[in-house]
Write a protein that binds this ligand. Structure first.
Ligand code: FAD
Length: 381
């Protein structure tokens, strides 16, 4: 209904890539606390996976958004959350503003090699004192000749220890608030940049997460995306694609988790019969599938709005809210039905349980989504 034969062929290509190039290595990468983004992205770039919706001039495929939906659905068949997260940070979180508002020269310099998988990207918004409250970021940019001198610290940055460019949100004055901000591409090779720490986490082990320190880093002014003072708005726009792709991956991953649990409870015997013969278990799983289908349809609705060029901020916030909550419910319920086996590291549900917890926090916490929905509904007049 939504997908053509070409979309389905693309689905098979991505599925086979995940099965051959990601899943056999996931346990090793989880153990090592990082996946080899440069190596993996080059392979993905060669297959045209990394710039699906971007113009061909900048290495993209100029494809419709249904290809991104397929890509996200299939990526979530990876046996971990960390690797898909690192990939979509690159494709849908740190590049949308660059692609839409970057200058031609900036796109040739960073978007083109990013789409080819020659460089790895990261998005640097959150800071030690500002996560949910993006308008309170403190990282400063001061003009000096043709450059900006950037000073500050970014926290929890995915791909942060191996990125070749960071789409960084900075501000031009000490006055907090959403004015005076801009996005600027900052390569970590510049003097004054350092990775403060590689952070240890509850889950998503294969994704590296860094604290990044900028100590008077000199960045050319032409690396800025869009106008000075527009950074907050551009980042809010960029967040919509980030939230939608996270939400799409969630419906796909939740569906797989429930179907795996159906298979397990069909063969696991207790009290002389398969677990699934308990009506409680059947009903619980049936209800979860119903909720997952509702989330999927909301995601597809957002995809249609995006393709029509409509503002889908409210709908993306609803989808992201539901995706975070449903992921927690699905993982918790299904782990329960696996019993002790669900608590074992060797059972995929245990990793999904800890990896999935992030969705209600990252890319804007549930409460931030509720605030956006309330604002769009005009609750405060
Ligand atoms: C593994 C991981 C990867 C990440 N990757 C990136 C990345 O690549 N780039 C990046 O920039 N950031 C990244 N983040 C940061 C993430 O986006 C922030 O953690 C998130 O936005 C929440 O900000 P905070 O942690 O500062 O929480 P805080 O802002 O301190 O909020 C804490 C909690 O308070 C509640 N809360 C906050 N505000 C309100 C409110 N107005 N009303 C009611 N309740 C509220 C929420 O429950 C929230 O979870 C990542 C985080 C993690 C954990």
């Amino acid at each position: 209904m939504y997908f053509t034969e070409e979309h389905e062929m693309f689905r098979q290509t991505v599925r086979s890539f995940v099965e051959r190039q990601i899943n056999p290595y996931v346990d090793q990468w989880e153990e090592e606390g990082i996946f080899p983004a440069h190596d993996l992205f080059k392979k993905m770039g060669d297959l045209g996976f990394l710039g699906l919706n971007y113009p061909e001039e900048y290495g993209g495929a100029n494809a419709d958004y249904w290809y991104t939906v397929v890509f996200a659905e299939e990526l979530s068949r990876a046996n971990c959350g960390g690797v898909p997260m690192g990939i979509v940070v690159h494709t849908d979180m740190c590049t949308p503003a660059l692609a839409q508002f970057g200058s031609h020269e900036l796109k040739r310099k960073f978007l083109l090699p990013a789409c080819r998988g020659e460089i790895v990207g990261a998005i640097g918004v959150s800071e030690p004192d500002a996560g949910s409250d993006v308008a309170s970021i403190r990282t400063r940019a001061e003009k000096d000749g043709d450059d900006y001198i950037i000073t500050g610290t970014k926290l929890y940055i995915t791909n942060g220890t191996q990125a070749d460019f960071i789409c960084l949100l900075v501000r031009t004055s000490d006055d907090l608030g959403y004015r005076g901000m801009f996005l600027i591409i900052t390569p970590p090779t510049l003097e004054g940049f350092s990775v403060g720490r590689k952070l240890r986490k509850l889950g998503n082990y294969s994704s590296d997460t860094g604290e990044l320190v900028f100590d008077h880093v000199r960045v050319p002014q032409w690396y800025r995306i869009g106008a000075e003072g527009k950074g907050f708005q551009l980042q809010m726009q960029q967040f919509q694609k980030e939230r939608l792709i996270g939400s799409i991956m969630a419906h796909s991953s939740c569906e797989r988790t429930v179907r795996d649990t159906v298979a397990y409870t069909k063969q696991r015997m207790a009290f002389g019969k398969p677990l699934i013969s308990n009506q409680w278990i059947q009903f619980k799983l049936a209800e979860l599938l119903t909720e997952i289908e509702a989330l999927k349809q909301l995601n597809y609705h957002c995809a249609r709005m995006l393709m029509e060029g409509l503002d889908f901020t409210k709908e993306a916030s609803m989808a992201k809210l539901k995706a975070g909550r449903l992921t927690r419910e699905v993982n918790d319920t299904c782990l329960q039905f696996y019993g002790g086996m669900g608590y074992m590291e060797e059972t995929p549900i245990s990793r999904r349980y800890r990896d999935g917890r992030l969705l209600s926090i990252g890319a804007g916490a549930d409460e931030i989504m509720l605030g956006i929905i309330a604002k769009y509904e005009g609750f405060l007049g």
